[in-house]
Design a protein around this ligand. Sequence first.
Ligand code: SF4
Length: 469
Amino acid sequence: MCGIVGIYLKNSAPEAGDLTALGLFAQQHRGQESCGIAWCDGSHLQVRKGMGLVKEVFTPEVLTGMRSHCAIGHVRYPTQGGCTLENAQPHLVETLGGPLYALASNGDLVNYPRLRTEMGRLGIYLSTTNDGEAIVKLLVYLLEHEKANTISAIRSLYSQLEGAYSTVFLTPEQLIAFRDPYGIRPMNVGELPDGWAVSSETCAMDVLRATHIREVEPGEILIFSPSGMKSFRTDARFFRSEHHPGTAHCVFELIYFARPDSFQFGQYVYEIRQQLGAALAGYDDFVPDCVVPVPDSANFIAQGYAKASGAPFELGLIRNHYVGRTFIKPEQTFRDESVKQKFNPLTGFFRDKRIVLVDDSIVRGTTLRKIVSMIRGAGAREIHLRIGSPPVRHPCFYGIDTPTYEELIANQYSVAEIRERLQVDSLKYLALEDLKRIVTDRGDHCYCCFDGKYPVGKPEAGQKKETSC
Ligand code: SF4
């Protein structure tokens, strides 16, 4: 999971760098390892990248030197590619006379190893393990060597790339946004008083005071230039596999990743989460003393449970917001350490209570085991764990950090065994059919964490996944 931003200002107002930083800041939850912004210095492109948070890398002094009417930006959370500055995005492509192309992308390609080999045969060499670099170098090759125009070059990409890629591409003249034909990762477009904004989530549009227009459609290419915004639709059905003919929006965006104040895939994220909680409440025939979320991602799911059950919603666990989201720390060692630092029960609150504890998902189970032990230690009499999604049994190859089957607790153990390992009095997951009923909208979703039906396939056997969003 990463976040992207693109800004194009029509009347050459030089504020695109500041606005891009603001949009990235609003999407910091999508990636905290590194961030970057590319902008136009008049005739060529420049890039600034750094490890860490947006506000640490893009200080007011740094932003002062980035005056431009157009810019793209990226916050990165690494999946498999190393946690290094080289893998940070945007990627800039050097051409004769200076860099003219920059690109940032959210999502992973499943055919990256094969693509890298094929690009090597064409004399296109990659210096990182990041698929954004592969996309931009292939695109520039098509533009410069095959003299394709932008639209046909991107359509050619659609036929060569397999996986998820919500992408912003910058030249000194244009900002271009395009999205894979399945629309796996989100991408939205909005109107600014003097131009346009593209972002992964609509919460960035709100901060930018942009009017949200709509999603960038799966397979669509949007070009922003002094003459306005132009849309080029691609008959995406042509590029989709016969196994999954529709769109495949990542359902986990709605359950966990997206901010609750975002409007994602045509649905209000907080409303969806409340409905997940209400469905969970329907599985129980008792009313607990209170419903407690694992903050913050399960807050609205727990609220939905509480409303439907009649039990009070209580914030019994306090989260330290300065640690970061446990799930998106790249190394297991970091993860274990940060759980201890991250949550603390309210003193005296849990004593002798029968609680329903709500979380959005169980991936490895390491965080929840520690939380349950903490709550038990704080005196809870009964802990009933309710999960706002079905068991995660399959890894994601489209940009989320669930890398191996072995690491997924639900792939290794039955629900009864997981209950035992987590030491809770009862454990219930949301049923897949209820999830599908709740997220039904104008598009179809990817559910393959739960059912293993990969809409765009997975890396070929023996091809270790080396890319990262
Ligand atoms: S595998 Fe899971 S996390 Fe990945 S795109 Fe599909 S639903 Fe989303």
